[in-house]
Design a protein around this ligand. Structure first.
Ligand code: ATP
Ligand code: MG
Length: 251
C-alpha cells in the first residue's frame, strides 16, 4: 500500500508496512504483529517521540556495550524486519556480533533472519549449540560464542521470562521496550523506553560520540546511570501527556 507522506500517521503506518512486509518474507511471526500493536499503543501515549529519559538510556546502553567484555545484540523477527539494516550498522560500528534468537522458532524463519542480517555485512551468530538453563521455550537455544558467554546482552522487544533467565545467568540486560510497565522493562539493567525504529539510529549517533571518549569517562556514564529513575520518568511522561490531552477537552 502507498501511504502519502502528508498522512498524519505516516511514520506509524510506514512502520506497520515494514513489519507486514517482514511477515510476508517469513521473518516475522504472526504473534509479532500483535506485539507491535502493544508497542504502538504505548508509543501513542508517549507522543511518539524520543524523550530525554530514552536518550539518556540509549547513551548509557552504548557506554555499557563499549566497556563490556563480551557484548552481543540479540535479534528477533520484529527487530530484523524493522531495523535489520540499522542494527547491523550499529553492530559493525561497535564491533559487536548479532545473534539470532526467536521465541516462535522454525528453522526456516531462523535462517531467513540470519540471511537478512548477513546482507548488511554484520557478524551473525546462529549456531544454537548451547542451552540457557531454566527456559522452556526455543529461546533457550543460544550460540556458545554469543549469548551463552556474554556479559552484556542488548535484547530489543524482549519477553519477561527470557529477560529473567538472562539476569539469573548473571548477564547485564539492555532492552528496548515501549512499555515501561512490562516485566522486561522492570527487570532490565537499562530500559530504553522508545520505539526500536528511533532507538537504534539514536544509539548509532551516541556510539560515534562515545567512541572518542576516554575509558574512564565512559565508565562514569555507566556508573551514574539509574534505571529506576528512567522508568519513573517514563511513567510520568505518559501521565503528563494524557493530562495535556485531557485539557484539550476543557471548556
Ligand atoms: P513482558 O513479557 O516483558 O511482560 P509483554 O508480555 O507485555 O511483556 P511481549 O510480547 O512479551 O509483551 O514483548 C514485546 C514488548 O515489546 C512489549 O512490551 C511491547 O510494548 C514492546 N514493543 C513492541 N513493538 C515495539 C517497538 N516497535 N519498539 C519498542 N518496543 C516495542
Ligand atoms: Mg511477554
Amino acid at each position: 500500500m502507498r501511504i502519502p507522506e502528508s498522512h498524519p500517521r505516516y511514520h506509524s503506518l510506514m512502520t506497520r508496512e515494514k513489519l507486514v512486509e517482514g511477515f510476508r518474507k517469513g521473518l516475522v511471526a504472526p504473534e509479532g504483529l500483535i506485539a507491535q500493536g502493544r508497542g504502538e499503543c504505548f508509543d501513542y501515549l508517549l507522543g511518539e517521540t524520543s524523550h530525554d529519559f530514552a536518550l539518556e538510556a540509549e547513551r548509557a546502553a552504548v557506554a555499557m556495550l563499549i566497556i563490556s567484555r563480551h557484548p552481543v545484540i540479540s535479534v528477533n523477527g520484529n527487530t530484523a524486519a524493522l531495523v535489520g539494516k540499522e542494527i547491523s550498522e550499529l553492530a559493525k560500528l561497535l564491533n559487536i556480533p548479532l545473534e539470532v534468537n526467536i521465541f516462535y522458532r522454525t528453522e526456516e524463519r531462523f535462517r531467513k533472519i540470519a540471511e537478512e542480517l548477513e546482507k548488511y555485512g554484520a557478524v551473525v551468530y546462529s549456531n544454537s549449540d548451547a542451552f540457557l538453563e531454566g527456559l522452556e521455550s526455543a529461546r533457550r537455544m543460544v550460540d556458545k560464542r554469543g549469548i551463552y558467554r556474554a556479559d552484556v546482552v542488548l535484547v530489543p522487544l524482549e519477553d519477561g521470562d527470557r529477560c529473567e533467565i538472562l539476569k539469573k545467568h548473571g548477564k547485564k540486560v539492555i532492552t528496548i521496550d515501549l512499555n515501561p510497565l512490562s516485566r522486561t522493562a522492570q527487570m532490565a539493567d537499562v530500559t530504553i523506553v522508545d520505539n526500536v525504529v528511533r532507538a537504534i539510529p539514536n544509539m548509532t549517533k551516541f556510539a560515534k560520540e562515545l567512541m572518542s571518549l576516554e575509558k574512564e569517562e565512559i565508565e562514569g556514564i555507566v556508573r551514574a546511570y539509574d534505571n529506576r529513575n528512567i522508568l519513573r520518568r517514563a511513567v510520568i511522561a505518559i501521565n503528563e501527556h494524557l493530562s495535556t490531552r485531557a485539557g484539550d477537552f476543557d471548556g
